[in-house]
Design a protein around this ligand. Structure first.
Ligand SMILES: C[S@@+](CC[C@H](N)C(=O)[O-])C[C@H]1O[C@@H](n2cnc3c(N)ncnc32)[C@H](O)[C@@H]1O
Length: 194
């Protein structure tokens, strides 16, 4: 898993972006989660979102990379950490009221499978909120298509995903898409429809 290699330096590399805009985007993403709910994070990484979790009944943070989870461990006592692939989540149907992911769906090999899993483990009408970099519209999109060849080969990161469209195709109801950074990043708010 490529993120096992990135784990040690991850927080340091992201620190300048966190200071400038990323922390604010994280806060906004998690503000769509209701309080006192059962929530699930997908691809929690080193736990960069933990400080923005709302008051909740229970919280689980899933992540495929054991090494990323090692760093996440130091940031929480309350959140249950679970090593899991988003494409095969180890939770029973309807376990959660809501779920979210930040900067994850670009790395998942089969996003359709992951969306299907979200639909299974989140209850009917529950929210699924994503913050993702995506293929922007217009000429820039073609640049991202080229970039994608390299990023997929080197780090398994898809730079031309149209994540809101994929979510819709998977049967999630996309309630709102908020464009950030000239449309390179989207905050996508979905509702689970079974
Ligand atoms: C760019 S990092 C983002 C981490 C964190 N969500 C954040 O916002 O800082 C992408 C994360 O997705 C995880 N990931 C990639 N594929 C995954 C999968 N199939 N299932 C679960 N997590 C996955 C990686 O291990 C990595 O921690």
């Amino acid at each position: 898993m490529i993120y096992d290699k990135f784990a040690k330096g991850y927080d340091k590399v992201f620190a300048p972006f966190e200071r400038r805009f990323l922390s604010n985007w994280r806060k906004e993403t998690l503000s769509y989660l209701l309080e006192n709910a059962r929530i699930l994070e997908i691809g929690a990484g080193t736990g960069a979102n933990f400080r923005f979790y709302p008051q909740c009944e229970s919280a689980a943070a899933s992540e495929i990379s054991y090494k990323m989870l090692e760093f996440a461990k130091g940031k929480t006592e309350f959140i249950e950490l679970v090593q899991a692939d988003a494409e095969t989540l180890p939770f029973a149907a309807n376990t959660f009221d809501a779920a979210f992911a930040t900067l994850v769906f670009c790395s998942i090999p089969n996003p359709q499978k992951a969306f299907d899993e979200i639909k299974r483990v989140v209850k009917q009408n529950g929210k699924f909120v994503l913050l993702e970099h995506i293929r922007p519209k217009g000429l820039l999109g073609y640049g991202f298509d080229i970039l994608n060849f390299f990023t997929v080969a080197l780090i398994g990161d898809h730079f031309n995903r149209q994540t809101a469209k994929l979510a819709e195709k998977s049967g999630l109801k996309v309630l709102e898409v908020k464009r950030k950074a000239f449309g390179i990043v989207n905050l996508i708010i979905c509702e689970v429809i079974k």
